[in-house]
Design a protein around this ligand. Structure first.
Ligand code: SF4
Length: 425
């Protein structure tokens, strides 16, 4: 039985207990969430991982995506990115290589991390077709399913699969028009293939078969967002909503069959449309976990897109999104370095916590603790609570004040010390 079937039969598994303890909720809360499709725990019978719960009542989780490109294939560097992502506190890793030997890279990354690992199997199927047959349009549909199974057997915990792109979605995309085009690689591959072959998307047409494979290997199905906007002006358009509706219906089917499901959401979106998108996703999917990509709330800050996405992710999380994909400062410019991966994860973790302060008020206890530690000028307690203790310590130690209780910001005129001498709270 899968974890969804266990939950529906009233069984509390070890995985549910681990997640319940980490989140400070009851075992039965997690079991009921999984049974209803409101919570997922990405797992795999092929590999033990650091489990994390994603969904209603859980802390917002952060994913870091890594992977080679056709220009830069450096497996050691990808392994280092996996390490940096884990060090920075990511909850999961997506290995999205599009260059080099796919299975070898994924195997080595999986060996190097304890995190849940996600993939986009169609990348491999389409790119291998391009390498061997001269174009992505020559991909044979059976390869999509073979690759999915091979990746599942490696211990991949969740897969982004582009089921929601069909003729209806494409018709809406065409009629609507786009300022920023189509920026999802999966969306681009699949639409090109469908147009060339005059065939419906096999992942949509043969969805039952896809579900059988995922169920056999207990892979969580993350419904890909192939129609996501690549420019804020295109957010929440008809194609994106059409894809969401299709994915919502398929997610109900997959969950009824015993497969855990996540729904992916927009990439570029103005701040005032975020809450609407979260409410819409939650309503039409019967409260399936929502995975926001970024989101990026302005298009004009290349070089700082980790911060742009953090603003979007904090509002998303506050509105009810459950899972956010980090963005690095290199977004839209280049394949990120390990350092940029680290920075991206930290930015998203800050955002996730900011959102959780609204969504899960108990998380404010950390802020209360920091407030008290600052009031008491207790630097070690501050470091213990800090999201990145090493960075906080490094900055302070590099510029130590004459009075070591205070800091060089105000030095002798430390407001806290002045208040300590004159007021008693
Ligand atoms: S010196 Fe200023 S910034 Fe530093 S701890 Fe005191 S009040 Fe805070």
């Amino acid at each position: 039985m899968t974890i969804v079937e266990d939950a529906k039969h009233g069984l509390v598994t070890e995985e549910m207990k681990i997640v319940a303890a980490a989140e400070g909720v009851t075992n039965d809360f997690v079991r009921r969430g999984i049974a209803c499709g409101h919570i997922v725990i990405p797992m795999s019978p092929h590999r033990k991982v650091k489990l994390c719960g994603i969904g209603s009542g859980m802390r917002t989780k952060v994913n870091a995506s890594i992977g080679t490109s056709s220009d830069i294939v450096n497996v050691e560097e990808e392994i280092e990115k996996a390490r940096q992502a884990e060090l920075a506190g990511a909850d999961s890793l997506m290995e999205l290589s599009t260059g080099g030997n796919f299975l070898d890279i994924r195997r080595r990354v999986i060996e190097a991390t304890t995190l849940s690992v996600g993939s986009v199997p169609l990348y491999q199927a389409f790119i291998e077709a391009a390498r061997e047959k001269g174009g992505v349009v020559f991909m044979e549909e059976e390869d999509l399913f073979k690759v999915t199974e091979k990746q599942a057997k490696l211990g991949t915990n969740f897969m982004a699969i582009h089921t929601g792109i069909n003729y209806e979605t494409m018709k809406r995309l065409k009629h609507q028009g786009r300022h920023g085009g189509l920026v999802s690689r999966g969306g681009a591959f699949m639409t090109a293939w469908m147009l060339h072959n005059e065939q419906e998307n096999p992942l949509y047409r043969r969805f039952d078969y896809l579900v059988e494979i995922l169920k056999e290997h207990e892979v969580t199905l993350s419904f890909g967002n192939g129609m996501r906007a690549g420019a804020c002006h295109d957010a929440t358009d008809r194609a994106a909503i059409q894809e969401l509706l299709i994915n919502a219906e398929l997610a109900d089917q997959a969950h009824a069959a015993g497969v855990q499901c996540i729904i992916e959401g927009p990439g570029h979106i103005p701040l005032d449309e975020i809450a609407t998108n979260v409410q819409l996703e939650k309503r039409v999917t019967n409260n399936k976990p929502f995975y926001m990509l970024g989101p990026l709330v302005t298009d004009i800050a290349p070089g700082y897109d980790d911060r742009v996405a953090a603003i979007g992710a904090s509002v998303s999380s506050a509105a009810g999104a459950d899972f956010v994909c980090y963005v690095t400062p290199a977004e839209h410019l280049a394949l990120p370095t390990p350092e940029e991966v680290y920075e991206g994860v930290i930015s998203s973790r800050i955002a996730a916590h900011v959102g959780d302060m609204i969504k899960l008020p108990k998380t404010r206890e950390m802020d209360l603790g920091m407030g008290h530690a600052r009031r008491d000028l207790d630097w070690e307690r501050q470091y213990a609570i800090a999201l990145n203790a090493a960075k906080a310590r490094e900055i302070r130690n590099a510029r130590m004040p004459a009075d070591t209780d205070a800091c060089t910001m105000c030095g002798d005129f430390c407001a806290i010390k002045i208040v300590q001498k004159n007021f008693h709270f």
